[in-house]
Write a protein that binds this ligand. Sequence first.
Ligand code: ADP
Ligand code: MG
Length: 238
Amino acid sequence: MAKLSIRSVSKSYGALTVLDDVSVEVEEGSFVVLLGPSGCGKSTLLHAVAGLNPIDSGTIVIGDRNVTNLPARERDVAMVFQSYALYPTMTVAQNIAFPLKMRGLDRKMSDEKVAGVARLLQIEPLMSRLPRELSGGQRQRVAIGRALVRDPRLFLFDEPLSNLDAALRTELRAEIKRLHQSIRRTMVYVTHDQTEALTLADKIVVLKAGRIEQTGTPLSLYDDPDNAFVAGFIGTPR
Ligand code: ADP
Ligand code: MG
């Protein structure tokens, strides 16, 4: 059974159709990348899964629960955004612990979980710093830590690396891959960057103007694109 099923989801803003009958199956523990140019509807689709934005029609199933009409807090997903949105007056440790505090977890349990996340992301030396004392890459690691500590059944990433310079992007990309290989949680990752898609994905969904152009493994899209758009976007000459 798929961990996440997006079934025939459509959404319009007035006359603009942003998602047009989009269906995606995400297997348990897999890494799926939604790839497409700016404005094609990637964030809208991810927000629909997270429950941050209502859809006009279609169904979203996470695990065995139809979550289409559930509010975000009942969906058990964690999202990492492009901008890091850390609390500026809290230390790294307090930022990561915040979702646990909100859930009323006791201090000892919380400290243990935060320490585990810090170890996994190799940010132990940063724990008492404030966000303004961190580099962009370190901030994004903390944002990932804050998602991880909740131990959600589904991780959603919306262009998490696009504010970083090229060298940091490569480094954090490798780290996200390592993270997925070590925890094997279901992850859905949005990007317009072909290299990110090809290196991270088990499966890539190529979107254009709110419609799916092609779905497949990185290799199958690269070797056997269905059309000129996919070929051009993935970067193979035809
Ligand atoms: P992407 O993440 O792929 O860049 P988005 O999902 O953010 O694309 O946006 C898809 C389209 O929907 C764009 O044309 C965008 O301008 C439009 N859009 C997004 N949010 C709104 C909104 N709240 N109201 C009107 N149009 C929107
Ligand atoms: Mg977007």
